[in-house]
Ligand binder design. Structure first.
Ligand code: FES
Length: 102
């Protein structure tokens, strides 16, 4: 994972999917990799249920799976923005210089 922002041009009216899971090969945008994370979590949860380490799939999902879907952003004007890649910004999806303290 990079700890520097990506300067990108965005176009008015277009929507962009900013990667939230940090697994995308197309940073800072989503490439669908969060689906693989969810699949891994589902397999892990099923294994834990089988060995009785958690009582049900539903409870396990609350404990383990996170919502890693991309953040959808609609551009209100043609502009350039710094999109966060460290995933620590307090103003996601935009960089707020939090990467400087990582
Ligand atoms: S890249 Fe700057 S705050 Fe994340």
């Amino acid at each position: 994972m990079s700890n520097k922002p990506f300067l990108v041009k965005i176009e008015k009216g277009k929507t962009y999917a900013w990667c939230q899971c940090a697994e995308s090969e197309n940073q800072p945008f989503c490439d669908g990799s969060h689906e693989k994370i969810n699949a891994k979590n589902d397999n892990l949860i099923e294994s834990l249920v089988e060995v009785n380490m958690i009582s049900s799939k539903k409870e396990g999902k609350k404990l383990i799976a996170k919502d890693e879907k991309p953040m959808i952003v609609k551009a209100e004007k043609d502009t350039e923005v710094n999109l966060c890649t460290c995933k620590q910004s307090k103003n996601l999806p935009y960089c707020n210089d939090s990467h400087l303290s990582i």
